[in-house]
Design a binder for this molecule. Structure first.
Ligand code: PXP
Length: 234
């Protein structure tokens, strides 16, 4: 049964629009957990545009499921993660000017040291990468526990043939992740429609979904939005 990680960055984005105290991401995490989320995912960005250090600290203390921290591989973030100890760290690329995480991480052998530092603190390591077979093999050689395939390209395609090609690429990549003993995860740009093709592959163990759940929540409430997505993926 696949698990659902709910990304609550967008709740913090609305709060930061007024630099105030609402909506409270902590409340969003609790509602998501009560309605089927297996994990709460947050991205503490270098520019602190949405999630704040205070959110990370309080969520670490209050989350009842698992905390997945998306972060760049900077010394500041590695130090923070080692102190706070999220259950999982997902290493992502970060560019100041991007609207959201736009491409996968270009994983290299150089990441091995940072991965070890985080694993020594008892943290599971996931990497957010494109469905690239060579990079997946490298991930398994340098101690990665889980690979989150960047599904953004699939989500943005309109042409049926291109969609089919990308889905095949994703499936082949997912098989290699599994063969190499890592957890198979998908995320980015997934919604109530396009996630179904991935569910049919019956290979993903976890999905991390944010924007579409929070968007639906505007109209249905967060409880229903999370519950509906959980029902779709399981
Ligand atoms: N997974 C990762 C690694 C991400 O960076 C993001 C976006 O923050 C997501 C999943 C969620 O993407 P979306 O908001 O498009 O569902």
């Amino acid at each position: 049964m696949a698990e659902l990680g709910v990304n609550i960055d967008h709740v913090a984005t609305i709060r930061q629009a007024r630099m105030g105290i609402e909506p409270e991401p902590l409340l969003a995490a609790a509602i998501a957990e009560q309605n089927g989320a297996n994990q709460i995912t947050i991205h503490l960005r270098e520019d602190r545009r949405h999630i704040q250090d205070r959110d990370l600290k309080i969520l670490r203390e209050t989350i009842q499921t698992r905390l997945n921290l998306e972060m760049a591989t900077t010394p500041e973030m590695i130090k923070t993660a080692r102190e706070i100890k999220p259950d999982t760290v997902t290493l992502v690329p970060e560019k100041r000017e991007e609207l959201t995480t736009e491409g996968g991480l270009l994983l290299t052998k150089e990441h091995e040291k940072q991965i070890k530092e985080l694993k020594d603190a008892g943290i599971e390591i996931s990497v957010f990468i494109e469905p690239d077979i060579e990079m997946i093999k490298l991930a398994s050689q340098i101690g990665v526990d889980a690979v989150e395939i960047h599904t953004g390209r699939y989500a943005n395609l309109k042409d049926d043939n291109e969609i089919e090609t990308e889905l095949n690429r994703i499936y082949e990549a997912a098989k290699v992740i599994k063969q190499n003993g890592m957890r198979v995860v998908a995320g980015h740009g997934l919604n109530y429609h396009n996630v179904q093709e991935l569910v049919e592959m019956d290979i993903f163990e976890e999905y991390n979904i944010g924007h579409s759940i929070i968007s639906r929540a505007v109209f249905t409430g967060l409880a229903e939005a999370v519950y509906e997505m959980k029902t779709l993926i399981t």
